[in-house]
Design a protein around this ligand. Sequence first.
Ligand code: ARG
Length: 333
Amino acid sequence: MKPLLLQPLFVAGFFFRSSCAADDGGLRLRGGQDDTMARYGPRIIGGTAAPPGRYKHFVSLRHPFYGHFCGASLVAADTVLTAAHCVDGSYYVVVNSEELSLTPDSHKFDVRKEIIHPNYPIDEFDAAPAHDYVLIFLNETVTSRNLQVEYIKLNSNSDEPKQNDPVTVVGHGVNEYSSTELSETLMEVELFVLSNEQCKESKLESGGQVVLSYGDDITDEMICAQDVGEDSCQGDSGGPLFVKGNDPGGADDVQVGIVSWGYGCADPNFPGVYSRISEEYEWIARQICTPCLHSNPRSITVERVYQSGSTKLSPHCDRSTIHQSTKLVGGWI
Ligand code: ARG
């Protein structure tokens, strides 16, 4: 059983995904810490508007009624990577989501299948969200609609990124901690990577007592990032944390994390916590490849939920097809 204080944060994320930033209840659930947060002033997240067309791999998950609730990234023509805590209930996926309002360039896709990481906690109320990964398979490929998209590269190198390396996160999440309003425009912010040892040390002390800490809730499949007055926040979950490349559309950005959780937002004591891509690169790659993409993905009948890491690649998998449509940095598994 995790300390009680951890639970409201996770519950906040849990509620948020189903009811959006406008759900006051989600934010209020973190209220136990509001006095603490107030000492540090307003939680401005400190981002800037993403240049139009720069992040063509970013996609948005939208509830049919409440709208955007989580970010995600396009990793193959029919596959989207996001945080497991995001998916629950019905939603659709919007590709080319630079604005929350749909534009002629933005396109809605329905979901065919989700594969949640097998070690993602079944009881979300009992733990920090370890193994917060899910792959979402669309019911048609983005290429079938001739869209201007890019697939983000996935990092397989566990030695990268290093402590203090700059990384970028994008999303439509709230612009300040106390806000419930999502950002109409896609925002980006640059952060710096912490070592997991540093991140575990994150704590809040009061009267000589540690009243809140990350400690062992930071596990190997997490990566932390932070900067002064800058962070991801509610509504950014599921979105990519990446090392920025030079391509003007994002073709050589390398995803290193998925927005997952944190105590507050831009709190100097508590960095943002992301699912670490390199730690589950093989699992992710295997899901993308098993079964492989076909021109008509609806014809795929292989069951894809909760496969374990030891699952063999599907004999139907045509790696050359996959190579054209995915960019798994460091080679194929
Ligand atoms: N769980 C949040 C969401 O569902 C993301 C929180 C990120 N927090 C942070 N301090 N970076 O949108």
